[in-house]
Design a protein around this ligand. Structure first.
Ligand SMILES: [Zn+2]
Length: 385
């Protein structure tokens, strides 16, 4: 029989634990195998939220996670009354959002089993939000299961993580990602190989690259930047290119969605309603939504730049390996001769400096540093001879 756990690529080591928990959960009470608070950690792209959602499906499915029944499908799409999937679009999850969530999940589960909350970005909880959540997690005899996802355990407040069971996901191998692309998504072997290699086991990114021509051509532009840093002016121009490409990529995804959301909201309020109360209510809600959309767009541009920096890091990683005489495991093997030329034109010790400059820029961006200035500081560093 197929199972929702089949889709978790490279995570065999946690699937047994999850299956045992699902079996134990049928008794309806907590046990050694089944507890009501879990933390899923793993590097970006390892599929921590996919693992948490699969677990949520299995907990409410009459067949322990068949993936095919109504329960399984509505749980995954966010339409099941006993499953809440919290996706954060903004930079943080605020205490008001957690309080609202807690009122929603205060009711007993409608199907009589468990109510499951999947929180995809538990690392974005503000401290007060985390404390509000902690009270809910500590409550005894609750029918709610909390599945928190975060990059590492350190991203979760110690008081919360000490009450959770921890599952660590691994980065799937390039071969495993390639298999999924070929067999699951019917992508050609050559494209699957390229996408799996350059995305370094990040399965979502691999799919995105394999199925998106404009993303591939943007990536090409970014990978040429190291060769275009001959002068200060050129370095500043490269920084501008990075920001422009990231903004364009992010806008393309959000514009369409933003418009639809506003339309839906206006419909909910009854478009063209004339009552005074209605009109102000709708205007206020639209304003709130626009604010949210703006914060989401900011985050998407940041995420997009971060992706570009990760791509650049793979370039310097290949250069460093080439300078050490190792060329068989090149990530960007399609750029082999360019990388080898670069490797002989620059002293090896600057490659390490360039890689740490990229890491530093990513850290600054994660702490909300100004985009263009951060990219300019980086490209000037990358321009060093
Ligand atoms: Zn099912």
């Amino acid at each position: 029989m197929t199972s929702v756990f089949d889709d978790l690529v490279g995570q065999e080591h946690i699937i047994d634990t999850l299956k045992r928990a699902v079996t134990a959960s049928r008794t309806g009470s907590e046990s050694q195998e089944m507890t009501h608070a879990w933390v899923f950690t793993g590097p970006p792209g390892s599929g921590r939220s996919s693992a948490a959602i699969a677990f949520a499906q299995a907990l409410i499915c009459p067949n322990q996670g068949c993936g095919a029944c109504n329960e399984c499908q509505s749980a995954a799409s966010g339409g099941h009354s006993d499953v809440e999937i919290i996706r954060t679009e903004g930079l943080s999850i605020k205490v008001e959002e957690i309080r609202e969530l807690l009122t929603r999940v205060a009711w007993a589960p409608s199907m009589g089993g468990w109510r499951v909350v999947v929180m995809e970005d538990a690392d974005r909880l503000t401290e007060s939000a985390a404390n509000a959540l902690l009270k809910a997690i500590e409550e005894p005899g609750t029918r709610t299961v909390w599945l928190l996802c975060a990059p590492t355990l350190h991203d979760v407040l110690p008081t919360i993580r000490s009450r959770c069971r921890h599952l660590q996901l691994r980065t799937p191998s390039i071969e495993a990602v390639k298999d999924v692309l070929i067999n699951g998504d019917k992508i050609s072997p050559a494209m699957a190989d390229f996408a799996a290699r350059v995305s370094q086991g990040h399965i979502g990114r691999a799919k995105y690259i394999a199925t998106n021509e404009s993303v591939r051509s943007n990536r090409k532009v970014i990978m040429q930047l190291p060769f275009q840093l001959g002068s200060l002016a050129a370095a500043l121009q490269a920084a501008q290119t990075l920001v422009d490409i990231a903004t364009e990529e992010a806008n393309k995804t959000s514009e369409d969605r933003d418009e639809k959301e506003i339309e839906r909201l206006q419909e909910a309020y009854g478009k063209g309603a004339t009552g005074r109360g209605m009109a102000t209510g709708a205007a206020k809600a639209v304003k709130e939504l626009e604010k949210e959309q703006k914060s989401r767009a900011t985050r998407m541009v940041r995420d997009s730049i971060d992706g570009a920096l990760l791509d650049l890091a793979t370039f310097y990683r290949d250069v460093m390996m080439a300078q050490a005489g190792v060329t068989e495991t090149m990530i960007n093997s399609d750029m082999r001769s360019e990388i080898e030329t670069y490797a002989t034109s620059f002293p090896a010790h600057t490659t390490a400096q360039k890689m740490s400059a990229i890491l530093e820029a990513r850290n600054h961006l994660a702490m909300n540093a100004a985009l263009l200035v951060t990219c300019e500081a980086l490209t000037c560093e990358l321009a060093r001879k």
